[in-house]
Design a protein around this ligand. Structure first.
Ligand SMILES: O=C(CO)[C@H](O)[C@H](O)COP(=O)(O)O
Length: 226
């Protein structure tokens, strides 16, 4: 079993009958979706789900996980999603797959938000991974200029056929800040720029982070209560 699968399967153990599950996006969330489908088939696990991307929606549909229209829900019991970096405070960088806006909306409405990562994602300080920032296409060159004034290099993400476009019809600016001294301050500064829709810093949102190790072990990290 690979390390991402290990963390994902540990998280899926927390899922119980009757829950509404938020499905994350990416190669780690992929394993969680597959395990949920397997538990439904083998154990009769009775769940419904909402997806954070077209990709995860298609995967869930392919594996027979019933999806609920977002208009019909008021809250999510548990969301399971990956991350690009996790620091000691359990702040995250997310959006490597370009789904950060929908992922953040689902996480914000989840009673429990479980993050699943392999050990390579644990860092002492966020910022080595370029921070994804979702921006509207209109005047994106000017928005990029404002982002750079915060001290990063910012480039629009490319796709095979041009500029990468999110499920929401927006662009992603990948911002290289180097080490981020104050993630919460940067989060506020980024979202104050007109044209920025949302950024990939998830501040104090994780209920738990499940880390998979190459040794086959897992570690569960919980936020320190102050
Ligand atoms: O935020 C994300 C997608 O927008 C992913 O959760 C993040 O990029 C981690 O991906 P992976 O599990 O493939 O390493």
């Amino acid at each position: 079993m690979n390390v991402k699968q290990l963390a994902a399967e540990k998280a899926v153990q927390l899922v119980q009958d009757g829950m509404l599950i938020g499905l994350g996006t990416g190669t780690t969330a992929y394993w969680a979706i597959l395990k949920l489908a397997q538990r439904m088939k083998l154990e009769g696990l009775d769940i419904k789900a909402v997806a954070s991307s077209k990709q995860s929606e298609d995967l869930a549909a392919e594996y027979g996980i019933p999806l609920v229209p977002l208009a019909e829900i008021t809250a999510i019991d548990l969301t399971i999603d990956g991350a690009d970096e996790v620091d000691g405070e359990l702040h995250l960088i997310k959006g490597g797959g370009g789904a950060l806006l929908r992922e953040k909306i689902l996480a914000a409405h989840s009673k429990t938000f479980i993050v699943i990562v392999d050990e390579s994602k644990k860092v002492s300080q966020l910022g080595h991974f370029p921070l994804p920032v979702e921006v509207v296409p209109f005047a994106s060159n000017l928005t990029l200029q404002k982002l750079r004034e915060l001290g990063c290099t910012a480039e629009l993400r490319a796709s095979a056929d041009g500029i990468f476009v999110t499920d929401n019809g927006n662009y992603i600016a990948d911002c290289r800040f180097g080490k981020i001294a104050s993630p919460s301050e940067l989060h506020e500064q980024l979202n104050a720029i007109p044209g920025v829709v949302e950024n990939g810093l998830f501040i104090s949102m994780a209920s738990q982070v499940i880390v998979g190790f190459n040794t086959g072990e897992t570690e569960i990290l919980a936020p320190v209560k102050r």
